[in-house]
Design a protein around this ligand. Structure first.
Ligand SMILES: *Cc1c(COP(=O)(O)O)cnc(C)c1O
Length: 374
């Protein structure tokens, strides 16, 4: 670890557990990459801002030039409003609670129309607060999650006059994996939009690209792009697109000691040491959101083969973890707050903060976020 770097991170005495370092310069840089695409940029900050921390991350993005924000839950929308984040804000989930929809409208959160029944809930809430609902209309072109399918479209059209329609959008199922399907969805989206236009229904801003499609299919960017993972540099081959990783997970080394051959330290007593071994205890575990790769279906879908290889290797050799970009073997089971590694070859010491590989969206909300310009 370089001296300059050491000065930037808290020492283990100050930081009792793991923390997430958020690189503000990298975020600003990534915003620029997407702004240069020439459309409006809606920054998607669901799931605690992809792990970056909801409110502070929202402020960073708006200051960097994002035109609008989108969240995934009622609680996230209300938290942003109550903390004074007032820009354009879309709630991407078509919730059904009339009481919650009413509160959202009162805080000027834009709603999604995601189906016939939910549309009626929105109208009910609108009547209660004497407002015309401001909405983005979701169209289902194949993902099958929510939105009006082409057959349901007439049901929406018959009520369309009751809404202020600020946008119309769809979401792709496999922008990284299936180009033909993405093109098919895009075509269907444009056909549905034409149906709306022919019926005199205003569509507002048209948008269909999340990170994958915005990066891979420039012709599909339309009026706005909705970017989540790309803004934190969390997309496959991020460097090819000039994006930067915006987060690092740091955890303190609590203790290092030499353990003699024949011992089986750690939970489960599952790792028999064949020789005298330097063992490091790291203060991080699955309660912080690491070693949760099994829950990461995204990786699974992208690369089932490499995943299988990984699983087999793990069974044969035990779990490997990356510490300061070096592989290290895990000793014993990973606990909620600690794990141990073989540290013979690692240049680490008690009190150091080490960097661990992590998927930001899985990182616990309870971890401290440290926003730095570096
Ligand atoms: C999550 C989400 C996004 C952002 O997706 P990324 O691939 O992370 O950029 C965009 N649109 C919708 C509807 C989403 O649910």
């Amino acid at each position: 670890m370089s001296e300059a770097y050491k000065m930037q991170v808290a020492t283990a005495e100050e930081a009792h557990g793991a923390e997430v370092m958020v690189n503000v310069l990298a975020i600003q840089h990534n915003v620029k990459v997407f702004k240069n695409m020439g459309t409006k940029l809606m920054a998607v900050i669901k799931n605690n801002g992809y792990g970056m921390g909801l409110v502070e991350y929202a402020r960073i993005l708006l200051r960097a030039g994002a035109d609008a924000l989108a969240v995934g839950s009622y609680a996230e929308a209300m938290k942003l409003r109550s903390q004074g984040v007032d820009g354009e804000l879309l709630l991407l989930t078509p919730i059904l609670s009339v009481a919650h929809l009413k509160k959202l409208m009162e805080r000027r959160v834009t709603l999604v129309l995601g189906g016939v029944r939910q549309m009626e809930c929105v109208l009910e809430a609108a009547a209660l607060c004497h407002q015309r609902p401001r909405v983005h209309v979701a169209l289902d072109t194949g993902l099958g999650r929510y939105g009006f399918s082409p057959v349901e479209l007439p049901r929406f059209i018959s009520r369309a006059a009751e809404f202020d329609i600020e946008g119309t959008y769809t979401h792709f199922a496999a922008p990284y994996q299936d180009e033909a399907l993405t093109r098919k969805q895009f075509k269907l989206f444009k056909q549905c939009v034409n149906v709306l236009k022919n019926k005199g229904v205003p569509t507002g801003r048209l948008h269909c690209c999340a990170s994958g499609a915005a990066l891979r299919f420039p012709e599909m960017r339309m009026d706005m792009i909705r970017i989540g993972s790309g803004l934190v540099g969390g997309v496959p081959e991020f460097y090819r697109y000039g994006l930067k990783k915006a987060w690092k997970l740091k955890a303190p080394v609590l203790r290092i000691r030499w353990v003699k051959a024949g011992e089986r330290p750690g939970y489960g007593a599952r790792t028999l040491l064949k020789r005298r071994t330097r063992v490091a205890v790291i203060a991080a575990g699955y309660a912080d959101g690491i070693f949760m790769e099994r829950a990461d279906q995204h990786i699974f879908r992208l690369a089932p083969l490499s995943w299988m290889r990984y699983t087999v290797k793990t069974l044969l050799n035990g779990l490997t973890v990356w510490i300061n970009d070096e592989p290290a073997k895990v000793i014993g089971s990973v606990g909620a707050n600690y794990f141990m590694v073989e540290a013979d070859k690692l240049e680490i010491d008690e009190g150091d903060m080490v960097e661990l590989k992590s998927n930001p969206i899985l990182l616990s909300q309870h971890l401290k976020r440290d926003y730095r310009f570096y």
